[in-house]
Design a protein around this ligand. Sequence first.
Ligand SMILES: Nc1ncnc2c1ncn2[C@@H]1O[C@H](COP(=O)(O)OP(=O)(O)OP(=O)(O)O)[C@@H](O)[C@H]1O
Ligand SMILES: [Mg+2]
Length: 352
Amino acid sequence: MAVPDLAIETHGLRKTYRTVRGRTVGVESLDLAVPVGGVHGFLGPNGSGKTTTIRMLLGLVRPDSGTASVFGVEVPRHLPDVVARVGAIVESPKFFPAFSARRNLVLLADGIGAPRTRVDEVIEQVGLAGRSRDRYRTYSLGMKQRLAIAATLLKDPDLLIFDEPTNGLDPAGIHEIRETMRSLGDQGKTVLVSSHILAEVEQVADTVSIVTRGRLVASGRVADLLGEATGASVLVRVAPDDVGTAERVLVTAGHVVRSEDGALVVDGATDAAALNRLLGEQGVWASEIVVRRPDLEQVFLGLTQHDVPGGTSHRSERRLWGGGGRTARHGGPDGTAADAGTSDESTDEVRA
Ligand SMILES: Nc1ncnc2c1ncn2[C@@H]1O[C@H](COP(=O)(O)OP(=O)(O)OP(=O)(O)O)[C@@H](O)[C@H]1O
Ligand SMILES: [Mg+2]
């Protein structure tokens, strides 16, 4: 059988929930493509369907329609064929508070038939070696979360799915989890990490999918998404006496220039060296010249800013994306995700 190049693939995945107020859309029509290897950020505002999607992939909730596959294996229909290759944390896992991390992991390893030798390996992998014999209840949130990741690694899965793994963690804890995910990605594992904390994902993810209202609005390599986003500019600072000359030189060369805090900002420019040369040729020397690119957060806000509850979602990606490259753009009719009422689904924590 050919080796699939996608770890996760979904087409038209849809899930609605029955609530007291009728049907609520969890995932509208989702097309997801997560490449094998590396860290993939699954980004979207609250209520955009990330957890619902992850639950569908893990067989915890049943899609209304659409298809999903993991390493080319159709799920949930053939989930048992692929489940051994998947580790996941959905919501907070449960451990015995009075037992050490080690003892908890030994119990789990025995339970899932993983060799006990794995326990020390995974403790090492998540950086808990120094504290592994302490009781779980003495752990910080970050350590608890790292133990949860360690548990998912026991059977050495190829795909790791983490739903908001840094929720509630302080910056040091976030950093620890990020390092752990990065190192897993570097080892060739596929890590799907959902988040609405953009800065965090930007630092760790190789590729991302951005969803809003249960639909994909953008996907691709982080670098490409940022590179394609309009809104880059170059900030040029010159001596106060030179500002007028500098502005004239730049405008004459066809640039759009505005002033900002005594500096000049050349909108839409990215070639700082060319601007520097242009100014230098006219005898104006920049004391500071820096390229400013939008970060993922700005890209994300641009794509989802109209996505307010009860409001109308616009296809704002048209404004943001240049098209081409390896980045995909996605559009379609608006979703109608609403807040949850009561549910017809139970949503237990699972370690697949
Ligand atoms: N069990 C449920 N019963 C009813 N509605 C639900 C249920 N789970 C999710 N929903 C609804 O489905 C939509 C998507 O929710 P989901 O939890 O998948 O979003 P999310 O992207 O994970 O959000 P968050 O960032 O807050 O975790 C929301 O409108 C939510 O209210
Ligand atoms: Mg969620």
